[in-house]
Ligand binder design. Sequence first.
Ligand code: ADP
Ligand code: MG
Length: 329
Amino acid sequence: MSGSEFKIIQSYFSDPEQENRSDIILGIGDDCAIVAPRKTSQLAFSIDTLISGVHFPHNTPADAIAYKALAVNLSDLAAMGAEPAWFTLSLTLPGELSQNNWLGKFSQSLFSLAKQYHINLIGGDTTHGPLSITIQVAGYVEPDAAIKRSGAKVGDVIIVTGGLGTAAMGLDIALQQSADNYICLSDTEKKSALNALNYPKPRVIEGVNLRGIAHSAIDLSDGLYADLGHILKASNVAAELQLENIPLSDTLSCLNQEAAWEKALTGGDDYELCFTLSKDDWPQVSKMNPQFTAIGRIVSQQPDQNNLRLLKTNGEELMLHSRGYDHFG
Ligand code: ADP
Ligand code: MG
């Protein structure tokens, strides 16, 4: 490790205000971190990389990049019903970003979100190159209680948290695409769309509360159509969605009906949860969570039908123009 690398870690990533977790034996500073996990739990791991120009526009502010890099990982823990515990950070930085206060803003935002979810930074790596952030998280799940993609059952109700599509509009705005389409948005609405893109709220508490109730779950990173598709494939089932029931965020009212559905179904970055549960459990769960919406049901696969059918109230099926984000597509 070089002197400047040491200084970066000392100045920005050894936050003395990180809470004292009793399950951390040794944090940042040695060749490895050491943790002592609770003996009665299992551990869930996830890792995500954000690359400048691929996963966020080059002009994204430092605090948004840090927030999102951790939030998308917390969202993966949430989707399994895992409770956040520790994370590591691999940061590749171009020279100019180690100069101004970019790192100050980055680390402040990172630690602020970390505190909110009681997760500690225990180590990482710092290198020089085009901006890229990799975070690996670990969290606790009760033995065999993780909510998997493969547990959906025929007859289950399909639920989503929050509203869909705002983040995808935020991305259009950030990239200055479809600008004329969004003349209908006020500056405040544009700002809230950008906020949805840059500061997705990970549904950690909801995920933990769904343990033992949800049969399957996934977080919505690539769009509902593609992500629910992963549940269907893993569970060997099919689904019917009632388009009219999909919770569209307010900003989508500026699109025509079918364009709004398309945005909500194929737009990425919402980081809401989509899960399935028994229809007997739904009334109770819905009473406790006004932000949860039932959007359809799990059915058995039919050889002559789409696995995921998008139905209007008149029974007509919507055909999408695109199917969500695919890195290698
Ligand atoms: P080594 O050369 O043994 O791999 P490093 O010089 O990469 O160690 O890192 C020294 C210490 O600083 C390690 O404990 C490592 O986990 C930590 N560290 C390095 N970069 C970061 C970072 N970006 N965030 C948090 N901890 C970091
Ligand atoms: Mg070493």
